[in-house]
Design a binder for this molecule. Structure first.
Ligand SMILES: *Cc1c(COP(=O)(O)O)cnc(C)c1O
Length: 458
């Protein structure tokens, strides 16, 4: 018997109209945006898959919660509700709110890293790495090799390679390491999870070497779902139990609430170490706001608290990840080259195999993003040579192994008919792929060039 459908555990109460502007208008908009989807007006976008960050739909309970905002400067009741939700779901007793994830990363890095210390991570996330490096830390990639191979179907491509950790300790000593920074469902690897077995092994290793694990738990919900679905022994555990189990291996975590936690803004740091908490409370006042609001309105903390419970309801998580897989499977079955296995928050087109006639010099993923928008009004993001930037020493482009177009699915926002529109557009482009031409860069900002670079068609 085929697998039964799991429908969304909610119905739609309010709608936000969207429209597909005519093809000629899309072609003009793309030209005006310099072939960069970041420079489009969102009004000209039909289905927006640029990011899943801050783009979630809140529930009626969360919207009602906004009216319960206690906007007192100190000791807001919404803070205590957020603290309780984080204690209940993640299991850490001490909580410091921040304006978003990078606020928590900044505080953690400043407190926990001495200049010159190593910070091993399973691949990296842009803001996490930036804050580690600003604090004088040195990033070391300890993810398994399979994570760098878009055709490897390893079920837990977010796993840590213990041999890489051992090598670091052998060469530099455990004292040279600040802490282990572990991401759940590694974004840059395509939304790929860690297994509980790997986490257990890494935790035992860390204990032996007297090192702490600090999670980037921004995407822990989707990771917990993959453990439930793929790892032996977890099929009858709830997502919420698995999240608690995973977090039990950490001394603390940083979280961007704009992803799993189903809100449009916010973040926090949580820990079981009283010393770390005390220092974080002192520092949050300088950079974010008092320790009971951390740059957030009371109403925002209320929405995060409610979202933190809603995000780990099993039917919701299943329908969320299954929607991502629905899109991925339609593309895969149509022969479109994508990164496998399909991840937790999006589908990644492999532009190298999609457009084999284009050299990386002419920005194939950027060109594919532009073509997708002109074809259907769907907005995606380049994750390839443009995003990678230039090598500081040589001034040449860094040529990353992965040349990808990311189709990121916002939570609770689109239906599977929207996914069909996206799939049909990708399939049509793949059919006519030989007609897609490369680009040349005509404006290049010095930092994070992908946001504002402009291109012309070759
Ligand atoms: C988005 C994200 C962050 C940064 O959070 P912001 O809220 O954007 O500051 C950190 N880590 C991961 C894995 C993310 O996806």
């Amino acid at each position: 018997m085929p697998e039964r459908t799991i429908a969304e555990p909610y119905k739609i109460k309010m709608v936000e109209p969207i429209r597909q502007i005519p093809q000629r208008a899309r072609a003009r908009a793309m030209l005006e945006a310099g072939f960069n989807t970041f420079l489009l007006r969102s009004e000209d976008v039909y289905i927006d898959l640029l990011t899943d960050s801050g783009t979630s739909a809140m529930s009626d309970r969360q919207w009602a919660g906004l009216m319960l905002g206690d906007e007192s400067y100190a000791g807001s009741r919404n803070f205590y509700k957020l603290e309780k939700a984080v204690q209940d779901v993640y299991g850490f007793p001490f909580v410091v709110p921040t304006h978003q994830g990078r606020g928590a990363e900044h505080i953690t890095s400043q407190i926990r890293i001495r200049p010159g210390q190593f910070v091993p991570m399973n691949m990296y996330f842009t803001t996490t790495r930036e804050h580690v490096e600003r604090a004088g830390g040195v990033f070391v990639d300890v993810i398994i090799d399979e994570a760098h191979d878009p055709t490897s179907e390893h079920p837990f491509k977010g796993n840590v390679d213990l041999a890489k950790l051992n090598k670091l300790v052998k060469e530099r000593g455990a004292g040279s390491i600040a802490y282990l920074s572990l991401a759940t469902c590694v974004n840059m690897a395509g939304g790929q999870p860690m297994s509980m077995a790997n986490l257990r092994a890494v935790s035992a290793w860390a204990k032996r070497n007297k090192l702490a694990i600090i999670f980037d738990a921004t995407r822990v919900v989707e990771n917990a779902y993959f453990i439930q679905q793929r790892e032996k022994g977890y099929a009858d555990h709830t997502v919420r139990e698995i999240i608690k189990g995973m977090m039990s291996y950490g001394e603390g975590c940083t979280v961007s609430a704009k992803k799993d936690n189903l809100v449009n803004i916010g973040g926090f740091l949580a820990t079981r170490s009283e010393g770390f908490f005390q220092k974080a409370r002192e520092m949050v006042v300088v950079f974010e706001g008092l320790h009971t609001y951390g740059g957030l309105a009371g109403r925002d903390m209320e929405a995060i608290a409610l979202g933190t419970y809603e995000m780990c309801e099993d039917e919701y998580v299943a329908s969320r990840v299954r929607q991502v897989h629905y899109l991925g499977n339609r593309l895969r079955n149509g022969g479109v080259p994508i990164v496998l296995p399909i991840g937790g928050h999006g589908v990644f087109l492999d532009a190298r195999r999609f457009l084999p006639h284009l050299e990386q010099d002419v920005f194939p993923a950027q060109a594919l993003c532009a073509a997708l928008y002109v074809d259907s009004g769907v907005r995606a993001m380049e994750r390839g040579v443009v995003s990678a930037g230039r090598d500081q020493a040589t001034g040449k482009h860094k040529y990353p192994k992965l040349e990808l177009v990311r189709l990121t699915i916002p939570r609770r926002v689109y239906t599977n008919l929207h996914m069909d529109v996206v799939a049909e557009s990708c399939l049509a482009l793949y059919e006519g792929r030989s007609r897609i031409r490369g680009l040349r860069m005509v404006y290049e900002p010095e930092h994070l060039r992908f946001f504002q670079a402009r291109f012309k068609k070759l």
